[in-house]
Unconditional design. Structure first.
Length: 319
């Protein structure tokens, strides 16, 4: 049993019996990394994540893999539902490096916490055009031991890109309050990422990006920008008519595995469905009297079916 046995997160407790010498996201892990000048592996997931369980079974429960990880890395496990702030930073690093993201999210950091490489699931043997997890561990350990300057330079470039991207979105006041620095710049960034063919943002896997859609609808309300409304409504329509939405039982899956929203990742989360119901209500409000009756009924039917799914499948007897 490792030190995760002292944690309260269900996800971290699931890994308490791994032979990997896991740390939680705490100062002691970074202090040890700095003292030993080892790179840090941060592995991020959540308790109901299918591929997190697969990677645990295939790699993190292997004594040989764990021995290599323990010798060459300081290993940290993070529950994204407990630390969404940590997840957000390293997910952005992964997306900048690979063009996609997902969980488990595995990031390799300098002892100061700066990412120099990131990816998601890695198989125990080379497959899916990916190296095995062990091959990746050995490759990055070799770079750290023999080409450390390369890793450090990569970390600085990546961190700079993250900071530039965040600068478009927010500025921090002295009291830590986050405010939009320039809504026009924010709209331009969101618009640049919009998938004009299939709706949503980016490629596969494709997540609902509910907050971005909500912002587009709000921006249309305040600015009158018709394209912002079109982008938001088109994204919602493609999801509501696609496979990410359960056309029989109602409710939305966490994400689609393809760009076209056809193939769902078969997992539904309460927070996703709650957010999507909220933004669908906004869509219905914006389109009453402006779109054909069929479009309005799509929103109302999807809202009703999703709420029925939440009440039927996600509500406990205790409330």
């Amino acid at each position: 049993m490792n030190r995760l046995a002292q944690e309260t997160s269900p996800y971290l407790l699931q890994h308490a019996h791994n032979p990997v010498d896991w740390y939680a996201w705490k100062p002691e892990a970074f202090e040890k990394a700095r003292a030993e000048q080892k790179p840090i592996l941060v592995s991020i997931g959540y308790s109901t994540c299918h591929w997190c369980h697969v990677m645990e079974r295939e790699s993190f429960e292997s004594p040989d893999v764990a021995a290599y990880m323990n010798e060459h890395y300081i290993n940290i496990k993070v529950d994204r539902e407990e630390r969404p702030d940590v997840d957000a930073v390293y997910m952005e690093a992964c997306q900048l490096l690979t063009g996609s993201g997902g969980w488990p999210l595995n990031c390799f950091l300098t002892p100061e916490g700066k990412p120099f490489y990131a990816g998601t699931y890695y198989p125990p043997r080379p497959a899916f055009n990916r190296p095995s997890w062990m091959q990746l561990l050995e490759h990055l350990a070799n770079i750290w031991d023999n080409q450390r300057e390369t890793a450090l330079n990569q970390a600085e470039r990546l961190l700079g890109n993250i900071q530039r991207n965040d600068g478009v979105f927010i500025q921090l006041k002295g009291n830590g309050e986050e405010v939009f620095a320039d809504p026009k710049l924010l709209y331009q960034r969101i618009s640049d990422q919009f998938d004009r063919a299939e709706g949503g943002f980016g490629g596969a896997p494709k997540f609902p990006s509910t907050m971005a859609i909500q912002w587009l609808l709000n921006w249309h309300y305040y600015s009158g920008n018709p394209e912002a409304l079109e982008h938001g409504l088109y994204s919602l329509e493609k999801m509501a008519r696609g496979g990410i939405y359960d056309q029989i039982g109602g409710g939305f899956a966490r994400y689609a595995t393809d760009r076209e929203w056809l193939i769902p990742h078969f997992e539904k989360m309460l927070y996703d469905n709650a957010l999507l119901v909220s933004v669908l209500c906004e869509a219905h409000k914006y389109t009453v009297g402006h779109l054909a009756e069929g479009a309005q009924s799509l929103w109302s039917e999807t809202i009703e079916q999703t709420l029925a799914y939440i009440e039927r499948e996600m509500t406990s007897p205790e409330g």
